[in-house]
Design a protein around this ligand. Structure first.
Ligand SMILES: [Mg+2]
Ligand SMILES: [Zn+2]
Length: 197
């Protein structure tokens, strides 16, 4: 049952969408927020939507970096957002991989995008209206995870986005609901389309 007070969310992918896509972030020094990231999240905060980060971090399962590094990166993100007057209402990540590494990280989990586990965790923790929500990301699995919960998907051209659109889009069974230059323009367009009371 959905609480009457439940709000929709704009789920935001991390690498390639909120931060630069540079391959695995195996050290803090490799992590760089994209220049519009704080402005985009602040804009979400000022709307009726929750701002929720959802990210696959299979580098943990692969043994490329320890799970506490993921937490360190996310503390840094929270800090940078707070400095800019913005706030992520939640951060959810999947450290698993179905075939790499050793258990418990090696598992066929329910939370590795495009499976919807991260969104369902967020729904449970924050009371989110999923059908009115969006996922913004730079890869097709970010669109699939949106559709898996009845939400909409917005594709950005940052990170892998430009290449995904150039080379893979013709084979996609379903087109993204929206294609935008970057996270900020995606948020602006989502807010223009859907006014949340
Ligand atoms: Mg990405
Ligand atoms: Zn997982």
């Amino acid at each position: 049952m959905i609480a009457p007070s439940s709000r929709p969310a704009i789920f935001i992918d991390r690498d390639g969408t909120l931060s630069e896509e540079v391959g695995y972030i195996n050290h803090m020094t490799r992590f760089r927020l994209l220049p519009f990231a704080v402005d985009a999240v602040r804009l979400v905060n000022q709307s009726g939507y929750l701002a929720v980060l959802v990210t696959n971090q299979a580098g943990v399962a692969r043994g490329y970096f320890p799970e506490p590094l993921v937490e360190e990166v996310h503390r840094h993100v929270h800090h940078r957002m707070a400095e800019g007057g913005a706030r992520l209402d939640g951060i959810f990540y999947c450290p698993h991989h179905p075939s790499a590494g050793v258990p418990p990280y090696r598992q066929n989990c329910a939370c590795r995008k495009p499976k919807p586990g991260l969104l369902l965790q967020a729904e449970k923790a924050l009371g989110i209206d999923l059908p009115r929500s969006w996922v913004v990301g730079d890869r097709y699995p970010d669109m699939q995870v949106a559709w898996a919960v009845g939400a909409r998907g917005a594709m950005v051209r940052t990170g892998y986005g430009e290449g995904e659109l150039a080379h893979n889009a013709p084979r996609w069974p379903q087109a993204p609901d929206l294609v935008a230059e970057n996270l900020l323009s995606a948020v602006e367009r989502i807010l223009r389309e859907d006014r949340v009371a």
